[in-house]
Design a protein around this ligand. Structure first.
Ligand SMILES: [Zn+2]
Ligand SMILES: [Zn+2]
Length: 267
C-alpha cells in the first residue's frame, strides 16, 4: 500500500513517498489558492473525528458531505440505478458507516468525475468498492496517481447504463464534464459538479474559469462549453455544494443565465 497524504486546502490525495510534495499542484494552479498560512497536509487518520452526512435528494439520489466541513466542502452524489450505482465526484474521506450504507444499496459500479477539484481520495473509494474511475482524457495531467481502477476516456460523451451519460463540456477545466441522468426526473437531470455553479438565489447558473478567484472564461471557451451543454435535455440540476439543487425549471434558468453571458461576450 502506497503511503499517501491529503492537501488540507483542496482535499486531494497524493503519494507521500519518497517524500511529501512541497506544494499541491491543484492549489498552486490559478483556479485555486494556497492559504496565507502556507501549504498544509493532513493524514487520513486526522480526519477520523469527522462524519459523512448523507442526505436523500431524490428517490434515486443521495448527497454525501463531510461534517464538520473539510477542504473545499463539496458534496459527492450517489446515484442509485437499476444496473449499477454511480458516485459522481468524491469527498476526501470514507468511513465504515458510509461503506455499509453504499453496500446496502448494492455497492458502486463506477466513480465518475466532473473535474480535478473533486478527485479527493478517489483511489481509496475505488479500491473499497472495486470499481473503475472515469476521468476525461483532457484532465489526465491532473490525476495525482493512477491505479488499476483509473479509466481515461476521450470524446464528447461516454455512455454508462440506464441511459446515463458522462458528457464532456470543457470550460472550467479542459476535461470538465456533467453527468446526464434522463430517468431521474420527468425531463432528466444534470449533475454538474463545478462545470456549472448554481447561485445562492437559484436563479442564476454560472460558468467560470475560477470560482474562488472569480476569473471569467475566455469568450471562445464559453461558446464551446455552452454549445455542448445546450444539447442536453433536463429539468433539474444538482450542483457540487449543499442546497445547489434546482428542480423542475432548471433548463429555463440555465438558458436565461447563459443569455447573460452571450450578451456580455457579444455572441
Ligand atoms: Zn491542494
Ligand atoms: Zn472546480
Amino acid at each position: 500500500m502506497n503511503k499517501t497524504i491529503i492537501c488540507s486546502t483542496c482535499g486531494t490525495q497524493f503519494l507521500a513517498n519518497p517524500g511529501v510534495p512541497e506544494f499541491c499542484p491543484i492549489c498552486t494552479d490559478d483556479r485555486q489558492y494556497v492559504p496565507e498560512s502556507g501549504q498544509l497536509w493532513t493524514e487520513t487518520i486526522e480526519l477520523k473525528n469527522r462524519n459523512i452526512k448523507i442526505t436523500q435528494l431524490n428517490e434515486q439520489l443521495y448527497a454525501l458531505k463531510i461534517t464538520p466541513e473539510f477542504a473545499i466542502a463539496q458534496r459527492a452524489l450517489l446515484l442509485v440505478s437499476p444496473n449499477g450505482n454511480i458516485l459522481w465526484d468524491c469527498i476526501p474521506y470514507l468511513d465504515k458507516p458510509t461503506i455499509d450504507f453504499i453496500n446496502n444499496l448494492g455497492g458502486l459500479k463506477a466513480i465518475a468525475f466532473s473535474h480535478p477539484h473533486y478527485y479527493s481520495n478517489m483511489n481509496d473509494w475505488a479500491s473499497e468498492f472495486d470499481c473503475p474511475i472515469y476521468i476525461h482524457q483532457n484532465d489526465a495531467e491532473w490525476v495525482p496517481f493512477k491505479t488499476r481502477h483509473t479509466r481515461l476516456w476521450d470524446g464528447n460523451s461516454m455512455q454508462l447504463w440506464d441511459g446515463i451519460n458522462i458528457v464532456h463540456i470543457g470550460g472550467h477545466f479542459a476535461g470538465s464534464c456533467v453527468l446526464h441522468v434522463p430517468e431521474l426526473t420527468t425531463k432528466g437531470a444534470m449533475l454538474c459538479g463545478d462545470t456549472f455553479n448554481i447561485g445562492r438565489s437559484k436563479q442564476h447558473i454560472a460558468i467560470m474559469y475560477s470560482y474562488p478567484n472569480i476569473i471569467m472564461l475566455p469568450r471562445d471557451e464559453f461558446e464551446k462549453a455552452y454549445k455542448k451543454a445546450s444539447h442536453i435535455d433536463f429539468d433539474t440540476i444538482y450542483g457540487a455544494f449543499e442546497n445547489q439543487d434546482i428542480e423542475g425549471n432548471a433548463k429555463e434558468i440555465f438558458e436565461t443565465s447563459m443569455q447573460r453571458y452571450k450578451d456580455s461576450y457579444a455572441l
